[in-house]
Write a protein that binds this ligand. Structure first.
Ligand code: F6R
Length: 612
């Protein structure tokens, strides 16, 4: 979703900003723009990519040491040059970049139009900068005060940075509901939606809190105030992100790199938390909340997209191992359907980015009802990580490809550890079963590594099916969420329609779709409902469907019926998603590449969905 990057310092702002925008590209966007302060406050913006912006800037003055830049993912108004950020105020003395949505923008706009304001775009953002300038002039206050007054009038979410022609030494930023990080370099400062464009310049950052305003003056440094004019002391944190993690490292796409990183990211997510010799699983971040789990009548897991699929695996794990009833909720539905939430509910919120607006809103709702909120996030210091009572980070490292891969397996790893930890404390798992699972968990990274070796085979299958118009993905038990995730991966990066279904549900409807054109990916590992899934495969074959089966290494029965097979190493049923997901990620990746799709930045998609 929209990316903010701003710079003030000693370097050429244009160079720093363009590089930063490229780092933010992974968030997803459809236009880009920049404002520089040199001979005046100049603003350049265009529909398209950052490279289009560079083309536009070829013959322009790129001097100056201060500027703001933006990648926009359209919400209000179509993606065109006029709606791209930054936006000028009426006098063109101020320029703003904005992430989030000003919900009462229509009434504010109407008011401003009545008072003679002319709008150059359809955006809610332009309303905000006009409002700020209007207050500044009519109430004769300085810019900071005008920003404070305006932000107290608006309803909605914002992360903003404002550049002021009359004060080239200063940038003003504010945040509510959308993330904003301030990077503190030596005689230079950065503002960004996330730390990725900052890390190559400085490790020292301040994450702005809700309704805080940051004023960076190149001579005076950083000051933080609230929108209610309370002074705050900046809390400086050290970034742990490495620059290397933000590069493709020889892979053709970030997605492929991230698929291949999974043996490491799963291991990193277990590191220090799984003690095989001692027979202990311990997630330090939630130890103080163990009792809440033990006395919970139920767990509610809230998430969106791929994280929601991980949540479904979590449901199977917690019910199976810890015998606690689990409800899995789409965060967006949870918020608006007046859910019943009890004080002794434990709510687990899962989010890679930690910025998903729906999930954040669901957390706030559950919190307001007194429930205990546990987070599973990948991005350290993210809004969700800060909103929850406690939690465990996945240690997947930055995920740049828009389609989530390594974050999913890391989330499932944490859920497995969590369920095991609680099951052990609750006494719902026998010692022998506990050891069986943890020993197997310990070798999962090696099994994932082995599964990745099937890549050439998967590629050959992708070649055959690259022009298919529909796909069906089926699985049962722990493999049902795997089927859903496989279908989501395919549709989001290759734009092929794909549906995931519980295999047994097929006969209640989707079976009507099956003919000799329809590829059906069946996750048919030799565990749990193996016999039942064989019957489901027979039903498909009887109707001439084409079966691509994910099978346990050496399994002859499914191999004999399926048209194509991909073998994966045998593992414990509860850990199957960690392995069975891998070939499905590869399949979607290769199909998308063969179709010429933009794998890392699929159309219309955003990496962190910061609007509801
Ligand atoms: C799919 C994908 C999305 C995200 C969803 C939630 O590949 O990336 O479906 O999973 O937008 O995002 P997070 O996990 O950041 O809350």
């Amino acid at each position: 979703m929209c990316g903010i990057f701003a710079y003030i310092g000693q370097q050429n702002a244009y160079d720093v900003l363009i590089k930063g925008l490229k780092r933010l590209e992974y968030r997803g966007y459809d236009s880009a723009g920049i404002a520089l302060l040199n001979k005046g406050l100049n603003l350049y913006k265009t529909k398209g990519k950052v490279t289009d912006l560079e083309d536009l800037m070829k013959d322009k003055n790129k001097e100056g040491n201060v500027g703001i830049a933006h990648t926009r993912w359209a919400t209000h108004g179509e993606p065109n040059d006029a709606n791209a950020h930054p936006h000028y105020s009426l006098s063109k003395k101020l320029a703003i970049i904005h992430n989030g949505i000003i919900e009462n923008y229509a009434s504010l706009r109407e008011e401003l139009v009545k008072r003679g304001f002319v709008f150059r775009s359809d955006t809610d953002t332009e309303v905000l900068i006009h409002l700020i300038e209007d207050i500044q002039i009519s109430e004769k206050v300085d810019l900071v005060e005008a920003v404070q007054i305006a932000l107290n009038e608006v309803i909605g979410a914002y992360a903003i940075v404002i550049l002021n022609k009359d004060n080239p030494n200063e940038l003003i930023a504010a945040k509510k509901g959308s993330p904003l990080v301030v990077g503190l370099g030596k005689d230079e400062y950065f503002f960004a939606s996330d730390a990725t464009p900052i890390v190559e310049y400085t490790q020292n950052v301040v994450y702005l809190e809700e309704e805080e305003i940051a004023i960076v003056n190149i001579k005076e440094g950083l000051k933080i105030k609230t929108t209610k004019n309370k002074d705050k002391t900046p809390y400086v944190q050290k970034l742990e992100m490495s620059l290397q993690a933000l590069e493709k490292g020889g892979y053709e796409h970030f997605m492929l790199k991230e698929i291949y990183e999974q043996p490491r990211s799963i291991r990193d997510s277990m590191r220090g938390r799984l003690n095989i010799e001692g027979g202990i699983v311990s997630l330090g971040g939630i130890i103080d909340y163990e009792q809440k789990f033990l006395s919970a009548n139920r767990i509610i897991i809230i998430a969106c997209g791929t994280s929601w699929h991980a949540a479904l695996v979590g449901e199977y794990l917690f019910e199976d191992l810890a015998r606690i009833p689990v409800e899995v909720e789409y965060a967006s539905e949870f918020i608006y359907r007046n859910p019943v939430i009890y004080e002794n509910d434990v709510v687990i919120a899962i989010s890679q980015s930690g910025e998903t607006a729906d999930t954040l809103a669901a957390i706030e709702l559950a919190k307001s009802k007194g429930a205990t909120i546990i987070g599973i996030c990948n991005v350290v210091g993210s809004s969700i990580a800060r909103a929850v009572h406690a939690g465990s980070y996945t240690h997947a490292g930055p995920e740049i490809g828009v389609a989530s891969t390594k974050a999913f397996t890391a989330q499932v790893t944490i859920l497995t550890l969590m369920a095991l930890m609680i099951a052990q404390k609750k006494g719902t798992i026998s010692k022998s079963r506990f050891y069986q699972i943890i020993n197997e968990l310990n070798v999962i990274p090696a099994k994932v590594e082995k599964t990745l070796k099937a890549s050439e085979k998967v590629k050959a299958i992708a070649e055959i099916f690259q022009d298919s118009r529909n796909f069906l993905y089926l699985g049962r038990g722990y493999n049902f969420p795997v089927a859903l995730e496989g279908a989501l991966k395919l549709k989001e990066i290759s734009y092929i329609h794909a549906e995931g279904y519980p295999a047994a549900e097929m006969k209640h409807g989707p079976i009507a779709l099956i003919d000799e054109q329809m590829p059906i990916v069946v996750v048919a590992t030799k565990k749990g409902t193996y016999e039942k899934i064989i019957s489901n495969i027979q039903e498909i074959k009887a109707r001439k469907g084409i079966i691509i089966a994910i099978i346990t290494e050496g399994d002859k029965r499914v191999k004999d019926i399926a048209d194509y097979i991909i073998e994966i190493p045998d593992t414990d049923e509860v850990l199957t998603p960690l392995v069975a997901t891998i070939p499905l990620q590869l399949l979607s990746y290769y199909v998308a590449v063969m179709r010429g799709c933009n794998v890392d930045q699929p159309r219309n998609l955003a990496k962190s969905v910061t609007v509801e």
